[in-house]
Design a binder for this molecule. Sequence first.
Ligand code: NAD
Length: 262
Amino acid sequence: MDALTGKSAIVTGSTSGIGLAIARAFASAGANVVINGFGAPADIEKERLGIETDFKVKAAYSPADMSKPAEIAEMVVLGHKAFGSVDILVNNAGIQFVSTIEEFPPEKWEAIIAINLSSAFYSIRAAVPAMKKRGWGRIINTASAHSLVASPFKSAYVSAKHGIAGLTKTVALELATHKITCNCISPGYVWTPLVERQIPETMKARNLTKEQVIKDVLLEAQPTKEFVTSGQVAAMALFLCSDHAAQITGANYTIDGGWTAE
Ligand code: NAD
């Protein structure tokens, strides 16, 4: 329960879905957590992390927009000011858009590349100097099964996720002698607002009903025919922060019901 006592983490995109589950898992393990994303409530500790008032863990909130490099740098400064260190950085914020390539709006392409890929470059860049000084760090990027395989109509998302897999490996090699690991986790489909929002877009791009999208596109991708849960992703993030994972770096862990084994 207290594996992360004394450690502080930033989890981007943690007001919802997978990021929220990771933030909660870290807090339960004793870490202080900076949560980030849109729509954070006033009482972060109680409402979002489920932390009792007498719990030793603290939470802070950064409203940084992950498409804005200056705000990303401010988020890392806030982490240091609030807790004295940023030992763990989880680049998780992400958006999705589904469309045929010829109708794909350029502004959606730009936003997806900025939020799903470039934000990780900027936050790692800002967090690494202090991690190097402390001689310890864990960087985890939420990639996707789409970091390994493509799907039609997701040109920007697939490109960004393949990119973050490459960034992960590069950073891992650069920081290997500093006791800083960098890995990514690649979930299959998790039922979150991001997935719910892409259903009408997928219906349009593939000319399918909602039921067909869920059964023939989402669940069909995963041999287990089940959704992954955000808790399963959070458990992997927790493991990657533990001492057991000290020699794991540059890895891409799939949690995808067998999708990328096919
Ligand atoms: P979600 O929509 O539930 O959560 C996304 C989070 O990112 C929210 O907190 C949101 O406020 C935040 N966010 C979005 N744009 C932002 C911005 N510009 N600045 C700051 N925060 C921003 O989605 P999710 O499914 O939990 O997705 C989290 C991550 O997991 C994403 O990187 C996504 O690509 C990845 N992922 C999701 C699935 C899935 O099936 N849900 C599968 C594989 C990978």
